[in-house]
Design a protein around this ligand. Structure first.
Ligand SMILES: Cc1cc2nc3c(=O)[nH]c(=O)nc-3n(C[C@H](O)[C@H](O)[C@H](O)COP(=O)(O)OP(=O)(O)OC[C@H]3O[C@@H](n4cnc5c(N)ncnc54)[C@H](O)[C@@H]3O)c2cc1C
Length: 440
């Protein structure tokens, strides 16, 4: 499998349109859109990888038949993708921010700087924090994730002392600054939450980036990696090799170690994990990076669409319509199909959802055999292993009509045979294409 076959094709727009027959085929063939009395009002909440992509493609494919409103409180979305590279100064956080001007200018999307707080799917009304109510025919939410509370990290001050940096932004910069300020000979402790969580290889990638930073800049320091899971959750061969060889003596990997609470002792931070009996063991850190257990973002809980293990929003993978409220579609990390929680996947889901919405508002079927066969989501993740080398992991998931779920296409599954500088360069190109496809 070459890089081109693995990564270029899934992001190639014509390739995607060809694969997703529906609205795309209709657009490409120039078939006139059926007349509608009024444009369908589609409201999208969340301007990250899922929401921005959905707004763009619904506006493009829906044409004059839709009006698209994007609700997002922040003027710019800060990409988590590549954000681990801020920690070792490989890139600047400012370079990962994306505004919404192009979505407004190119596709006529109305962007509302506000936070959604409640929705009534029967009445088709979305309430915003400012007090405004927006009417919708269909609502798409892509609000991302929230975190379980960690005892000891209740206050904003404690959360700055122990950042998760699992939503890119100010916490990413804080963690970078803490690593830089740490004395040589210090200990960094980082924790990985129970699966499923945002970006399966991401924490192991972060561990490599931090270990590489320590190796180069603070060689007497070490990193302890506390994993709530029994084993490495993605690219196990690559990461096991990196931990055992590149970072031998510098990185200690501890499986089955879920952080239960955090406390503070002088200038040090303590992460408490079960000792396997009745007690607890404390890991002492100069820099502590606890990533709490993930769940769907608060909005999904508040509007009543979280119905998978009390954590994620169940959806029909053909349309991303909520199984609790079918006029609400849920895409991205908040959804509970079992697909990996990744930006590239969120971008794929957004296009499947956009195609379904254009079909549904026009009264076209979403379950024709040809469409079901082309409901495909691609997950690509590159992982920096050192300052200038990376690995990659690719998996394609296709709709399985018999089970009504997304299943991994085994032939598509691939991992980089080795880390390389070329992979690192390809990672930057892949990310640039994904950013472009989402925000431009
Ligand atoms: C360190 C790291 C590295 C990663 N690397 C990769 C990678 O290499 N490849 C990959 O594919 N994925 C990667 N990911 C995962 C990827 O970033 C996420 O899967 C992706 O961001 C999910 O997209 P989303 O649209 O669901 O959520 P987000 O991108 O988090 O967007 C959610 C948006 O919703 C907004 N929002 C939330 N609540 C509301 C509300 N009530 N009203 C209005 N707006 C709201 C937020 O402000 C935000 O802009 C990485 C993640 C991390 C943390």
């Amino acid at each position: 499998m070459t890089f081109e076959t693995v990564f270029k094709q899934p992001l190639d727009r014509r390739g995607f349109l060809g694969a997703l027959g529906g609205a795309a085929a209709w657009m490409a063939a120039g078939i006139p859109k059926p007349a509608r009395a009024a444009a369908a009002r589609i409201v999208v909440v969340g301007g990250g990888f899922g929401g921005a992509t959905a707004a763009k493609y619904i506006a493009q494919w829906g044409g004059a038949g839709v009006s698209v409103t994007l609700v997002e409180p922040n003027a710019r979305h800060v990409s988590c993708i590549l954000s681990n590279l801020v920690l070792n100064d490989r890139i600047k956080l400012a370079g990962l921010g994306f505004g919404y001007d192009k979505l407004k200018q190119r596709y006529g999307i109305e962007v509302v700087a506000d936070r959604a707080v409640a929705a009534d799917p029967d009445a088709g009304k979305l309430d915003l924090a400012s007090g405004i109510t927006v009417d919708f025919d269909r609502l798409v939410i892509a609000p991302g994730i929230a975190f379980d509370p960690v005892p000891g990290l209740e206050t904003p001050e404690q959360q700055i002392l122990v950042p998760h940096a699992w939503v890119a932004g100010p916490q990413t910069q804080t963690l970078r600054d803490q690593l830089n300020a740490m004395r040589d000979g210090g200990t960094v402790v980082m924790s990985i939450p129970r699966s499923p969580y945002r970006c399966p290889p991401g924490p192991y990638e972060r561990a490599c980036v931090i270990a590489d930073f320590l190796k180069r800049r603070k060689p007497r320091s070490k990193l302890v990696l506390l994993d709530a899971n029994a084993d490495i959750q993605a690219e196990p061969l690559m990461f096991r090799q990196a931990f055992a060889q590149l970072y031998a003596g510098r990185l200690e990997y501890v499986p089955n170690a879920e952080v239960r609470r955090v406390s503070f002792e002088g200038g040090r931070k303590l992460a408490w994990v079960s000792d396997g009996l009745d007690g607890e063991t404390a890991w002492r850190a100069d820099v502590l990076n606890v990533i709490p257990r993930n769940t769907a973002a608060r909005l999904a809980h508040d509007i009543g669409v979280v119905n998978v293990n009390g954590r994620w929003a169940g959806v029909d993978p053909l349309t991303y319509a909520s199984t609790a409220a079918p006029r609400i579609h849920v895409i991205g990390d908040a959804q509970g199909t079992g697909l990996p929680k990744a930006g590239h996947i969120a971008n794929s889901e957004a296009k499947i959802c956009a195609d379904a919405i254009v079909r549904l508002i026009n009264g076209w079927p979403v379950d024709e055999p040809v469409r079901m066969q082309s409901v495909v989501a691609n997950s690509a993740c590159f992982s920096p292993i050192t300052y200038d080398t990376a690995s990659w992991l690719n998996a394609v998931f296709a709709y399985d009509a018999a089970s009504g779920s997304m299943k991994r296409v085994d032939a598509s599954f691939g991992e980089a045979p080795t880390r390389s500088k070329d992979n690192f360069e390809q990672m930057l190109k892949w990310a640039a294409r994904l950013f472009d496809d989402t925000f431009a």
